[in-house]
Design a protein around this ligand. Structure first.
Ligand code: SF4
Length: 98
């Protein structure tokens, strides 16, 4: 983070899982520290969704390619599985800018 705190990954921009502080610890200490060991164990055990950052992260989510109609155009998108898009609302927003 901007102030030296170390989060679990680049997607934790909301600072939900801070694992160390580079102002007070070396990077090696943080990397080998208990909090990082716990993170690695959760990853190994496929338990990452118990972590706040991973619960809201879209990196690594399952996607599928789908064609959708937006206005008069048909476009291909990679949609997150189980994500419900409100195409009518998207259309309405696009329409309001025309
Ligand atoms: S799922 Fe997202 S928040 Fe969790 S470790 Fe991967 S990139 Fe980071």
């Amino acid at each position: 983070m901007w102030d030296g705190r170390v989060s679990q990954c680049h997607s934790d921009y909301l600072e939900k899982n801070i694992l160390g502080d580079a102002r007070k610890q070396s990077l090696k200490e943080i990397w080998k520290g208990r909090e990082f060991e716990r993170l690695r164990a959760l990853m190994r055990d496929a338990e990452r969704l118990t972590l706040g950052p991973c619960q809201t992260c879209c990196d690594g989510g399952e996607t599928k390619e789908e064609a959708i109609q937006v206005g008069d155009r048909k476009i291909k998108m990679n949609l997150y599985v189980d994500q419900q898009l409100d195409i009518k609302a998207m259309d309405a927003r696009l329409g309001s800018k025309r």
